[in-house]
Design a protein. Structure first.
Length: 498
């Protein structure tokens, strides 16, 4: 159904569950290396595991102290109350990537609860998102489905299980129902997840790279017939792995559900999978309610009871709030409101800030991230942050500032970096893209171009300066774009005066 028509008939009700992988050195309940702290560098399957991660008989979990501190810090940054006592529970369900057949999580006694996050949309609208809880848990393993066309379990010949991720520390942030977003619902979804990412990154507790699974969003959406006051049946789109996809998934689900309801159908309470390539969701499994998981207290773990001194110590160590940081950065960078809003809307504030910290001028950092890098990301349907590092962008800007690259050459270098050919300097060397600064070489190329167009100098001397463009173009082509067009123009005009 057309999006505007869907909003005429129904009111969207949103809810989000954002999972954050913590970058502690070891896992949540074992001393196995934590892949999330190792830059998610691929490891041989089933090598970063211990008997605890596999739930083998006789193995006992031990809580990761640093994970608890990180969780408290995140709760405080979300404006939550920190529970004087919280405890772990067993969430029982069978799935092949869950070796124990239960997940150690928190149920009715989470470590943090009752918080708020403020988000601002590009149109200036502000929303307060109520946080119901932020609780600790462990991640499951990962299934690889072999065979079939989609890489999903449907149509696969067999599946392989890798337990390396099993036991990675997670904090799950659960919102209360969000109403009143109306047509802004997709943008609000993107802005909320972006705000969580900014908070997590500022705390230094996770890389929060969505494309790597460090931060994952489950997006809940239901539609209420306009003016009815009745809640609709919700669906939960699982593990959406980019800000752009969160926005697109919400928009699609609103349109899909509206079409079904308007046609007299019913919505099934289920999980759904987002397909980045086609921009649609597909059915997953019927969504279980809490009772179906048969939660009960984890008998092998004591309650978590942080002291007031520890909580206040962590509160005092909180970094600058992202909202205050934005105001400070705009002042430091000298951006107009429009320019800074462009940065915020791009979702690349963190990357631009890190690029500036690496030595690039703010204007140049903004130009590359919101320009060419964002364009390439859009073509590939990925987040711009996944394509290149801030350090490499700063290095690219430095080469342009030093006169060793033109913007045109720099775009070619950027493509090489993204393709995995190395750092900007390495790409320049391997592709031979450095600007030719030898006037002798430029003059030789100019003379060759003039020989092919003998009337150009006379035209320039007659005041037709634009005639130099033909020579400049020929020189740039002959030198494969490595000449500085401005310097070539200067040399051509000098020849005309001789």
């Amino acid at each position: 159904m057309d999006y505007d028509r869907a909003l005429e008939l129904f009111e969207p009700v949103l809810g989000f569950e954002v999972h954050v992988e913590l970058n502690t050195q070891s896992k949540m309940f074992s001393d196995a290396p934590n892949p999330a702290a190792l830059g998610n560098v691929p490891h041989e399957p089933n090598t970063t595991i211990t008997p605890v991660d596999l739930g083998l008989p006789g193995s006992l979990p031990v809580v990761n102290e640093q994970a608890i501190k990180y969780s408290i810090s995140l709760g405080l940054a979300l404006g939550c109350e920190i529970a004087p006592s919280s405890r772990f529970a067993r969430k029982n369900y069978f799935y092949p990537d869950l070796a124990k057949n239960y997940q150690i999580s928190q149920f009715d006694e989470p470590i943090a609860f009752d918080g708020q996050v403020e988000v601002e949309l590009a149109n200036g609208k502000k929303f307060t998102i109520d946080i119901e809880r932020a609780h600790m848990e462990e991640d499951a393993g990962k299934l690889t489905h072999v065979g079939g066309a989609t890489g999903r379990i449907q149509g696969a010949e067999y599946s392989l299980v890798d337990y390396n991720r099993a036991g990675v520390p997670l904090v799950e942030i659960v919102t209360r129902m969000i109403t009143g977003a109306e047509a802004d619902a997709p943008e609000l979804a993107k802005a909320y997840v972006s705000a969580i990412r900014d908070i997590v990154v500022s705390l230094g507790i996770s890389e929060a790279k969505m494309e790597r699974g460090n931060l994952r969003c489950d997006a809940n959406i239901s539609l209420s017939p306009r003016g009815s006051g009745k809640l609709g049946t919700r669906t939960e789109t699982k593990n959406v792995n980019s800000l752009r996809s969160v926005e697109r998934a919400i928009r699609y689900e609103i349109q899909r559900q509206a079409a079904i309801l308007d046609g007299g159908g019913t919505i099934i309470q289920e999980t759904r999978h987002w397909h980045e390539d086609t921009g649609v969701t597909s059915a997953g499994r019927p969504k279980s309610d809490a009772d179906d998981y048969r939660y009960f207290p984890e008998p092998d773990l004591l309650p978590v009871e942080p002291s007031l001194e520890l909580i206040e110590e962590l509160r005092a160590a909180l970094p600058e709030a992202p909202s205050l940081r934005k105001k400070r950065l705009q002042g430091e960078w000298g951006f107009t409101d429009l320019e800074f809003q462009d940065v915020v809307n791009s979702g690349l504030l963190v990357e631009i800030d890190e690029t500036v910290a690496a030595g690039a001028a703010p204007a140049q950092a903004r130009k590359w991230w919101t320009g060419e890098i964002a364009r390439l990301a859009n073509v590939s349907s990925v987040d711009a942050s996944s394509l290149v590092s801030p350090a490499d962008v700063a290095a690219l800007v430095a080469l342009v500032d030093a006169g060793e690259l033109t913007d045109r050459l720099a775009r070619q270098v950027l493509e090489g970096v993204i393709a995995g050919e190395g750092s900007p300097a390495q790409v320049v060397e391997s592709r031979g893209l450095k600007v030719v600064s030898d006037d002798g070489a430029l003059i030789a190329a100019i003379d060759e171009a003039l020989a092919a167009q003998p009337d150009v100098l006379e035209k320039i001397r007659e005041g037709k300066v634009q005639a130099a463009g033909a020579v400049i173009g020929a020189v740039m082509k002959a030198m494969k774009g490595t000449a500085d067009a401005a310097r070539v123009r200067e040399l051509v005009l000098e020849r005309a005066q001789q």
